[in-house]
Ligand binder design. Structure first.
Ligand code: SF4
Length: 431
């Protein structure tokens, strides 16, 4: 196990990390691949289609994770690569053209088509960027054709969303680079949560607000030096780099989890846009108070309880901060697949020094540490939950935190409840 020195060039406030060495783990991983992001992205982008170029395994993953859609026209599918494709007996690019032509002829509602790479397409080095360019020229301007990789070789779980959003960045219109500042919310949020944030920004007095991803292809927001962006998700490193490459500036903030995180996130924008502090406070006072009261319902269950996170969604650091700051839980180990020291700087500052941080995965070592630490609650992937439960540990599926609306004031109580429920169930079973 190697201690990882603080990365050079990161925020000066990270000096505190020198006292809490970060474990860097490199070993067997137990995480979904980046294809999983399609499950929530296809719901968000209502005229987009995700065509995975992959194997039957990829198709099974998507079908079992998303369920079978009976009433709606599906908005994702897998172009299954057969043995003759893999053996190079047919030209895979020709096959792909044939599938895409058929799909777009049948589905004129598709305005953005993502060609999504997988492990098999990567292994045979199928050039999806070339395919997207060729097909894009053919279908421009009625359909935008983009590509990204969701393969398990290159991506874990939430990195699929990062790769997808990064592929959209070059498509964003420039707007007026010397015009008024514009705010951009970055990260896929359930529509209901996005609408709540949009209403709050409007009441605060920030009028020019866009979201990436947009619900419709035609609504892609402007991007340029006039853009100030707020990350809504902590796993968007590649997207952030692409946005900054176009001149956008990130607003440094906590992530919008819980009453405190949401306040800080909104406040970062309010300050940048010169909003009067008293006005800001009066707008958020009501929802902030409601969030605090809702969180309070889970306090008795969670106060003082010890929690460990196994690396999964990259939400681990901000969620641990929320549970510690607002529910007095004690994070024992916070494991995360990747630790973005700059995007998470404010979150890391607030974590207790006693919390052990680990980056990457070595599942056996991490399970050994869980057994030694004996936390009251362990947040982990589906595959690890049952074995841990069988050993007597209370667990929470990390994937539920990705699929549930958990951002913002109105969801803060539900977020706390997601952690309280397994402990309550355990208490009931013990009686
Ligand atoms: S992309 Fe790779 S890891 Fe993901 S389902 Fe397909 S084969 Fe499995």
């Amino acid at each position: 196990m190697n201690a990882l020195p603080p990365a050079s060039g990161c925020a000066p406030e990270l000096a505190t990390l020198e006292r809490a060495p970060i474990l860097r783990e490199r070993g067997q991983r137990e995480v979904f691949c980046g294809l999983t992001g399609i499950i929530w992205l296809h719901r968000k982008m209502q005229d987009a289609f995700f065509l995975v170029v992959g194997s039957r395994t990829c198709a099974h993953l998507l079908q079992s994770a998303a369920g079978v859609m009976i009433f709606a026209e599906p908005r994702f599918a897998t172009a299954i690569m057969e043995e003759r494709d893999l053996a190079g007996m047919v030209d895979a690019q020709d096959e792909l053209d044939r599938v895409v032509t058929k799909l777009l002829a049948r589905r004129p509602d598709i305005k953005t088509l993502f060609l999504v790479g997988s492990c098999p397409s990567e292994v045979i080095k199928l050039d999806l960027a070339k395919a997207a360019e060729r097909l894009g020229t053919k279908y421009n301007p009625s359909v935008r054709i983009l590509n990204y990789s969701g393969s398990g070789i290159e991506t874990t779980f939430t990195q699929g969303e990062d790769a997808c959003l990064a592929s959209l960045v070059p498509e964003m219109p420039a707007g007026d680079p010397s015009g008024e500042k514009e705010l951009l919310i970055v990260g896929s949020l359930p529509d209901i949560v996005e609408d709540q944030f949009m209403r709050l920004f409007d009441q605060i007095g920030i009028k020019r607000v866009g979201a990436l991803p947009a619900r419709q292809a035609s609504d892609l927001p402007n991007l340029g030096p006039q853009t100030r962006y707020l990350l809504a998700q902590p796993f968007l490193a590649e997207t952030a780099m692409a946005l900054e490459g176009r001149g956008a500036q990130r607003l440094d903030a906590l992530f919008p989890f819980g009453a405190e995180g949401t306040t800080a996130w909104l406040q970062a924008a309010a300050r940048e846009f010169g909003i009067d502090e008293m006005h800001f406070n009066s707008v958020i006072a009501g929802p902030r108070e409601r969030a605090k009261r809702a969180i309070e319902h889970s306090a008795a269950q969670l106060n003082g309880k010890r929690i460990s996170f196994l690396p999964d969604s990259q939400l681990e650091v901000p969620l641990a901060r929320f549970l510690n700051q607002e529910l007095a839980m004690e994070p024992v180990e916070i494991g995360t697949p990747y630790l973005h020291r700059t995007h998470l700087a404010r979150e890391l500052e607030l974590l207790p020094q006693s919390a052990r941080l680990s980056e990457g995965q070595h599942v056996d070592r991490q399970l050994d540490r869980v057994r030694e630490d004996k936390p009251d609650l362990t947040v982990c992937g589906l595959g690890l939950a049952n074995p841990l439960e069988a050993e007597g540990f209370a667990t929470k599926w990390a994937i539920e935190l990705v699929f549930s609306p958990i951002h913002g004031f109105e969801q803060a109580g539900d977020l706390a409840e997601l952690f309280a429920r397994p402990l309550r169930r355990r208490d009931v079973l013990r009686v």
